[in-house]
Ligand binder design. Sequence first.
Ligand SMILES: Nc1nc2c(ncn2[C@@H]2O[C@H](COP(=O)(O)OP(=O)(O)OP(=O)(O)O)[C@@H](O)[C@H]2O)c(=O)[nH]1
Ligand SMILES: [Mg+2]
Length: 208
Amino acid sequence: MSQDFFLKFIIVGNTSVGKSAILHRFIKNDFKSDTIATVGVDYKARNINVEDKSIGLMIWDTAGMEQYRSFTQAYYRSSAVAIFVYDITKKDTFTAIPEWIELIRRNCSDNPHLITVIVGNKSDLEAQRAVESKDGDKMAKENKSLFFEVSAMTGDNIDELFEKAAQQFYEKYKDGDIDITNDSFGFLLGPRQLEICATGGESSGCSC
Ligand SMILES: Nc1nc2c(ncn2[C@@H]2O[C@H](COP(=O)(O)OP(=O)(O)OP(=O)(O)O)[C@@H](O)[C@H]2O)c(=O)[nH]1
Ligand SMILES: [Mg+2]
């Protein structure tokens, strides 16, 4: 399948909030309760459609454990979308989000168009909820981020979060905000455009 473009996503947040479970649900539409903590980073990819475009999402899942922090930071750069995950049953994972935002912003400071998404996972555990939805929503608004409560266990809102983030990026692209020659933006043109560039040149509207 030919993608129109590729976007780099990065997923961060404290250990055990369910980052890998979210990615596994998005890629395999499945849930495993016996996951082990991620060591360093993991990578997966999936295509989605936004309007008439086929977009390849290249998704980096990082370890939340403190000991891997300096290693995983090397993977933050050149992201188009950063997803910040907390566990709605663990308040400390929510209060850690501003630190994660700061860490990512520092490493992606050359991308003013970074899309950020704050995600409260484990919405299936409503009885154990320790973070109210309105507090997640408020933090997202303060940080100009999208906000979702999801469950990797049930699949609730998982596809929506990735699709909405890609859609928001695509809106910026259509508005002409994305410099396609700047690889700091986490954006890569797909083969279809390259074919057009090779054969159509300027008359096809190509800027190369
Ligand atoms: N009830 C419930 N449990 C979940 C959900 N998502 C993940 N879990 C469980 O939470 C635990 C941690 O999930 P992981 O996906 O490994 O967490 P992580 O954020 O990737 O952790 P690190 O790799 O250490 O950073 C596992 O036991 C999962 O089964 C969810 O939506 N609901
Ligand atoms: Mg993990």
